[in-house]
Ligand binder design. Structure first.
Ligand SMILES: Nc1nc2c(ncn2[C@@H]2O[C@H](COP(=O)(O)OP(=O)(O)OP(=O)(O)O)[C@@H](O)[C@H]2O)c(=O)[nH]1
Ligand SMILES: [Mg+2]
Length: 297
């Protein structure tokens, strides 16, 4: 390994819904982390490894830091962010252009407590109509904290993402790769399968229900060239079950079909997916249930 290769860990943090997971997926050029138009989509951190020639950057997507985490699950989500930070070389603090809120302020409070270089990523600039407001808004941000750089971008735009990568590589230490070249993530296919089902629930369910839903994979095995996956969707109340199943089972079928397609794309194999809905009263407050779903309680 040449001594001039760079390698390091970069945390992607910010309040919910600013586009952290979208950014990770566009950096990797592959959909790995789930996204939706709702806040609190990501619940657990996830590594995405980008190897480019001699350099390797390990990105950590994190749950959106919540200002007032009510339920036990939400508190565990916030803790995910706090435990990731001490092990990283650089932080990308993602915010939404022209929208600075108390929740962003709360993220900044956390960053002030750690002595890490921070780049401010001002996302969703494609939505900004009054361009002349952007510069004064950024100047305000820079007065509040000593960001190493401010990078306005649209996470979905290739050249913007390229520019971000060129900027951030300079802040990483020289050193050998941390993972093999073809390594994409630290998460198992089982975890990713559960996340894909949860993404469809986040995207297809009405207002409050997605926050009561969890997904576990009960069985995951390969038979010939096909992956057989059994997923259980957990809800908190008996009344929530028929909503997810839908009229004549249509909604659950739609969730299953969309999830299966994404799994086939990600795993590169044919997938047979079976889904069930089960009630586990107040699982978002239940320590054992949270542990089973992979939360570090
Ligand atoms: N217009 C626009 N929308 C974006 C951009 N980046 C992300 N989005 C949208 O913003 C929404 C939230 O994106 P996510 O990537 O799920 O956001 P997140 O920060 O990971 O959210 P949490 O996991 O809930 O913390 C989705 O509807 C995305 O499509 C962007 O650059 N421009
Ligand atoms: Mg996310």
């Amino acid at each position: 390994m040449s001594p001039s290769s760079r390698s390091g860990v970069v945390a992607i943090v910010g309040r919910p819904n600013v586009g952290k997971s979208t950014l990770l997926n566009h950096i990797l050029g592959q959909k790995l982390s789930i996204t939706s138009r709702r806040p609190q989509t990501t619940r657990q951190h996830l590594l995405g490894v980008l190897t480019r020639g001699r350099d390797q950057i390990v990105f950590v997507d994190t749950p959106g830091l919540q200002l007032r985490p009510g339920k036990r699950m939400n508190r565990a989500m916030n803790r995910e962010v706090e435990t990731v930070l001490p092990g990283v070389d650089l932080v990308l603090f993602v915010v939404e252009a022209l929208r600075w809120t108390a929740a962003d302020e709360n993220v900044l409070r956390l960053l002030r407590e750690c002595d890490l270089p921070v780049l401010l990523v001002v996302n969703k600039v494609d939505r900004v109509q009054e361009r002349e407001r952007l510069l004064p808004w950024i100047e305000e941000r820079v007065r509040e904290f000593g960001y190493r750089e401010v990078i306005p971008l649209c996470a979905r735009r290739k050249r913007d993402v390229e520019h971000l990568l060129e900027a951030l590589i300079r802040y990483l230490p020289e050193g050998p790769h941390l993972y093999p070249e073809d390594h994409l993530t630290d998460r198992s296919e089982r975890f990713l399968a559960a996340e894909i089902v949860r993404e469809k629930l986040m995207r297809l369910l009405g207002e409050e229900l997605p926050y009561s839903v969890g997904v576990s994979i009960e069985s995951f095995h390969e038979q010939g060239k096909t992956l057989h996956i059994d997923a259980v969707i957990w809800v908190e109340r008996p009344g929530q079950k028929p909503i997810i199943i839908g009229h004549q089972g249509r909604l659950l079928k739609k969730i299953g079909t969309q999830a299966r397609r994404d799994m086939e794309r990600l795993f590169g194999r044919k997938v047979m997916l079976h889904t069930w809905v089960k009630v586990r009263e107040d699982w978002t407050e239940d320590e054992r249930a949270l542990k089973q779903l992979g939360f570090d309680i």
